[in-house]
Write a protein that binds this ligand. Sequence first.
Ligand SMILES: Nc1ncnc2c1ncn2[C@@H]1O[C@H](COP(=O)(O)OP(=O)(O)O)[C@@H](O)[C@H]1O
Ligand SMILES: O=P(O)(O)O[C@H]1O[C@H](CO)[C@@H](O[C@H]2O[C@H](CO)[C@@H](O)[C@H](O)[C@H]2O)[C@H](O)[C@H]1O
Length: 490
Amino acid sequence: MSDAPAPFTGPVDHVDPAVIADYLGRTRWFGGKGRPFEVSQVYRIGHVPGTAEGGPVAVLNHLVELTYADVPAGAAEGEDGEQAVEVYQVPLAFYTDAESRLEHAFIGWWEEPGLGWVHVYDAVHDREAMAAWQRTFFDAYETGEAHDAASGLTFRRLPGYEIDPDARASLFSGEQSNSTVMFGEDAILKVFRKLTPGRNPDIEIHEVLTRAGCANVAALYGWIDWTHPRTGEIWQLSMLQQFLRTASDGWDLALNSVRTLFSDPETRASASGGDFAGEATRLGEALREVHDTLAEHFGTSEKDAGALAALMGRRLGAAAAVVPALEEHREGLLRTFGAVADQGLLTTQRVHGDLHLGQTLRTSLGWKIVDFEGEPAKTLAERVLPDSPWRDVAGMLRSFDYAPRVVERTWSEDDPEGTEARQARAAEWANRAKNHFLVAYTGGEVTEAQRTLLDAYVADKAVYETVYETRNRPTWVDIPLQAVAEIGES
Ligand SMILES: Nc1ncnc2c1ncn2[C@@H]1O[C@H](COP(=O)(O)OP(=O)(O)O)[C@@H](O)[C@H]1O
Ligand SMILES: O=P(O)(O)O[C@H]1O[C@H](CO)[C@@H](O[C@H]2O[C@H](CO)[C@@H](O)[C@H](O)[C@H]2O)[C@H](O)[C@H]1O
């Protein structure tokens, strides 16, 4: 363990909040870009044990509290549900001298009590700093946990999976809302960025599915808890998981399949070399198994169908405030939601909550579903609520609709004349994937009531996507808007 300075826990006054704010604005994972914010507090949550010679003089983890000025003072959230205060995890590696190899992850330099002037870097970019995490996880194996009393950090391990304490750490290139570090080719550490106290659904669900031996997820190896010294709340910081070495992203595979189809529009989707129906079938089977295991271990509950229809209607109202183009489809959408209202009590359970092809990985041993954190914009309390499994099914159906439309966006620039022919193939591809997926998921026929419920979830998801695209990729908003229009007309 290093000679890191005390205290390990508490507000940090000597770090300039503007330096941290500037760094957040430069990262991919910070979701508050574009909103007016200030860093209202930097809170130190302890040092990571296991640092070694040649590495940083200390690895100190921090929670950064942000306050947004676009929510009226005193309110917890704004009109569109955006939160007034958010907390992000920022682990820092401290070096006495500048480390040129880490220039891209440089945050600032300041005088650190007990350490003197230090150069400070985002620790997830530093293999030496991340090796400290890995060594501590390794030490935790025998007992199942390594608790560092000084810092309040607890490294937990599940039995049955060994990790190499010397494997090289490297940051995963595709970081999105979190940061993922690979340890050799065996394990990955997902460092959650936006945090809330309480059980993290990604860890919770992976633990249940791993202990149940479910083959359709990456096995959970361990995770890190931090106990707030004053409130006693548990904050879950990171998740250690099996690295799926042979994985190909489901979304990329689907796009490739559509490209193969479009390159020869004379050939029907069923005869195309890139046919996706078989994969869609296997995906449906995988989701069925995951849902069954979740229902078995977390149990099921019931939800009033009328309340669900009303909730979807309210979500539409909030979305229309952000995307005015939804207004003209309001009637048709409300009809679709309203059709479920007389279904009495619906069965609900823990679900993925934000399932799409980008959350699926095809490995040599079949499909794996990742990222059980739920919709990123929702609060934790909302994300862990039981919901109908049809929400996840609808997410996948929307994704099958997206894939050909995304390919067409760029294809049509080079070949505008072929649009009509490709449209027919695109519809064929999407319908084929949807049908195969559904048949595999249900094991046969979809009843009329199930179809009505599914249609409502598909419409609800498409409405959500219009907001997501408006905020994140405005040039894509036509994709879900077109779906909304088709639903509204039907
Ligand atoms: N266990 C794993 N093995 C290999 N790649 C993975 C694994 N888990 C996730 N990935 C890849 O990392 C990407 C980001 O992971 P995800 O859990 O979705 O993080 P985020 O919450 O940042 O979106 C995924 O799209 C997937 O391609
Ligand atoms: O992966 P996240 O949990 O961050 O999910 C969000 O981003 C997704 C995009 O990356 C978004 O998905 C939408 O776009 C996908 C294509 O990029 C498409 O396959 C999905 O069907 C569509 O919903 C997701 O909605 C959003 O929550």
